[in-house]
Design a protein around this ligand. Structure first.
Ligand code: AMP
Length: 281
């Protein structure tokens, strides 16, 4: 897909209007969710899964996408991470990006597609196949570009109430040595009007990470609120787009990882896959 994205990048992506194409492997449908085949059949096919995770900032896309990527042996590609890597590199784009990101705004489709295609190219060179995208697409233009270059099997739309999202973003921490993510927020949202109570225990770091925790520069209350507003403005057409293609799986997170992970695996029909993997290990 990196190859076609590269073609797209240099042609109709930004207004020149050529038509993209997919290879035969890329158009094969392989999602256990869409086709009920079970994960073992998916992995026996020509390529691995090509999934997208949608959801507001702080909902946990990174957490669940990363766990699934380990389970299924496909790369988890978060465009937010690509942006942060670019920021940290102090390259030519860095200053321009930091202004945008620190205001909670989206970077241009052109920049983000460039970063993504570079990442895919590097992965392809290492023999990677399939992906779980997290944070991409964020705009209809990005969804159209992606749809033009490859087939997405499944789009998982993770959901949590807005009150929880702000607290979760403000509680996010990363260890600047091992790179692992944690969350110091203790969430307890009482259920009202038929909605369930949502409680999540903090995900605390081990003692060796404690003094090395950093907070993302865009996880301040003001910027989180701006990011949520922008997400809400742009997500509806994206959800509609994938819903109309029969690819959208809505998933209301019932709580923290211990409650949500098994339910997500069940929804993806991967519940017995995890057991088989552990038994085989
Ligand atoms: P995230 O970690 O997904 O919240 O992304 C952090 C920041 O990176 C966002 O607030 C945007 O500024 C930028 N970003 C990440 N992905 C995209 C995207 N697909 N399109 C535009 N900007 C993005």
């Amino acid at each position: 897909m990196a190859r076609v994205l590269r073609v797209a990048r240099s042609s109709s992506l930004f207004g020149l209007g050529s038509r993209f194409y997919s290879t035969s492997a890329e158009v094969s449908h392989a999602s256990p969710f869409l086709h009920g085949g079970g994960a073992s059949r998916v992995l026996a096919k020509d390529r691995n899964v090509q999934w997208v995770f949608l959801g507001c900032p702080g909902v946990g896309k990174g957490t669940y996408a990363s766990r699934l990527s380990t389970l299924l042996g496909v790369p988890h590609i978060a465009t937010g991470d690509l942006v942060r890597e670019e920021l940290a590199s102090s390259g030519p784009l860095s200053r321009q990006l930091s202004e945008i990101v620190n205001q909670g705004k989206l970077v241009s489709d052109e920049i983000i597609v460039n970063l993504l295609s570079k990442r895919l190219e590097a992965g392809e060179a290492k023999g990677e196949s399939g992906f779980i995208l997290d944070g991409f697409p964020r705009t209809m233009r990005q969804a159209e570009i992606l749809g033009d270059v490859t087939d997405i099997d499944l789009v998982v739309n993770l959901k949590l109430p807005e009150e929880v999202l702000v607290d979760k973003c403000l509680g996010r921490r990363t260890c600047n040595q091992c790179g692992k993510g944690f969350n110091v927020a203790h969430i307890n949202l009482k259920g009202e009007n038929g909605k369930p109570t949502i409680s999540m225990d903090p995900l605390l770091p081990p003692p060796q990470c404690m003094s090395k925790l950093i907070t993302r520069a865009d996880d301040t209350e003001e910027v989180v609120k701006a990011r949520l507003r922008i997400y809400n403005e742009t997500s509806q057409p994206l959800e509609e787009y994938y819903r109309s293609k029969g690819k959208l799986m809505e998933f209301d997170l019932p709580g923290g990882i211990p409650e949500s992970w098994p339910r997500l695996l069940e929804a993806l029909r991967l519940d017995d896959y995890e057991e088989k993997q552990s038994a085989a290990a």
